[in-house]
Design a protein around this ligand. Sequence first.
Ligand SMILES: NC(=O)c1ccc[n+]([C@@H]2O[C@H](COP(=O)([O-])OP(=O)(O)OC[C@H]3O[C@@H](n4cnc5c(N)ncnc54)[C@H](O)[C@@H]3O)[C@@H](O)[C@H]2O)c1
Length: 381
Amino acid sequence: MPRDVRPTPATPLPAAAPSPAPGPARLPVALLGAGQIGRMHAARMQRHADVVLAGVADPSPAARDWAGALGVPWAADAGELLDRVRPRAALVATPNQLHCPVALACIERGIVPLVEKPIADTVEAAARIAAAARTAGVPVLVGHQRRHNAMVQRARRLIAEGAIGRPVAVSLLAAWLKPDAYFDVAWRREKGGGPVLINAIHDIDLLRHLVGEVVSVQAVACSARRGFEVEDTAAAVLRLAGDALATLLVTDSAVSPWNYDLASGESELYARQAVDALFIAGSAGALALPQGNLWRYRGEGGAARHWHGELTQECTPVHHRDPYAEQLRHLRAVAEGRELPLCSAEDGLATLRATLAVLEAAAGGRPVVIGAAAEVHNPAS
Ligand SMILES: NC(=O)c1ccc[n+]([C@@H]2O[C@H](COP(=O)([O-])OP(=O)(O)OC[C@H]3O[C@@H](n4cnc5c(N)ncnc54)[C@H](O)[C@@H]3O)[C@@H](O)[C@H]2O)c1
């Protein structure tokens, strides 16, 4: 395996790069749900070469005033805005429980939705989105933006090329201290709004994307720190296809740098920490993300290739690319039929199924077998 060491560029690369869109016009994209993440997407759209913010749907007076200040059309209702503005694509950033009706409103109008994760709050609702998309022939993208991170793409390539051999054991850490004000929004305290479904779903999607399908789950959840209906802390053991085992720890109630958000530098909301949060140990090597370091026994000078030998650590910085901006470039390319979704509705559904299995296993106190239903073909892989 050659070392993939590339020089740091003298000037930053454009936020969204590789295949430039054919025409100069930017793709009109409606924002459906203008809360915390919706506004972050809008800020990127405003400086993006491929997309333009076509309008905002959100019933809150604050969103109406914000859209007015931006000078873009506003409606309280998603369907009303879509009928008025007729965008080519839409970004669905409503509370989880509304992803399904809002995504369906897009699909029935032939508008390509990028649905924030989770694709929906239940497997049934996610399956409805996937079925409607198939019937209408409208591609759906799911906002697992980590798949657009250059370091994640490198890790996927390395694993596929056999750099770590066969994955054996994986550990995922997702621990932070969220501010109390974050929970002033009711849906984040209620069923479907806890850190497993809001946050750990990203880690489970990475696990599926990099290592393999989740086939069974055991878990324990706890809500003792915040006392809400939803968990604040959970621990899970996941069995993957190919017999790798993974552990997952998630909490929104403890001080910790060990989570992908703080460690990846993907979002300006977080002060970056130079740590890892995802550890993959294989039969021939080990990889940790998001820093991307790779460990292997080289056996140089006849040294042992096991725990008594010398373990080599390779560090390979990659060109920085904002995954959220790259996701918007990809949205345009999918809407124009030039690319297939990197995370399709079926893929989002399989990630949701595995994530909900964590909550189900914790609630039932026994393992949940996911089985063949989770086998997913990712059209873009
Ligand atoms: N990919 C990521 O990194 C990431 C990060 C944060 C949140 N999210 C996801 O994005 C979604 C939104 O999260 P948030 O933190 O921005 O929530 P939020 O509560 O801050 O914002 C949700 C917005 O949707 C609006 N809304 C409610 N009903 C609506 C309707 N019928 N039509 C249109 N808008 C409606 C609300 O008024 C609010 O402004 C969630 O699904 C969440 O899981 C993804």
